[in-house]
Write a protein that binds this ligand. Sequence first.
Ligand code: ZN
Length: 106
Amino acid sequence: MSTRLLHHGFGLNDQEYLKTEYKGGVVYFHIRTNEEKLQCSQCHSFNVIKKGTIERLFLTVPIGLKPVMLKAQIQRLECKDCGLVRQERIRFAEEKKATPEDSLDM
Ligand SMILES: [Zn+2]
């Protein structure tokens, strides 16, 4: 597993790969958004200050028979443009909602 595979295999262009964890037959890829891609989810500004992280799990395509979860470090951000404190924009989650079947065609 590598950041390159995240990009090409899973279509996660803004994320970097941290590590892999195997637990209870499930594969967890730990990822986080690259610093320079952190973006306000409200106004899409990059003019943001980091305010701590939370973890969120996303189910993604399996590898063989193993279910794969993305364990994402989600950054809380204060936006210097619109003033909101919110979780970062998560582009891959937005795209998944729009086209749930697309990732199966790769
Ligand atoms: Zn904003």
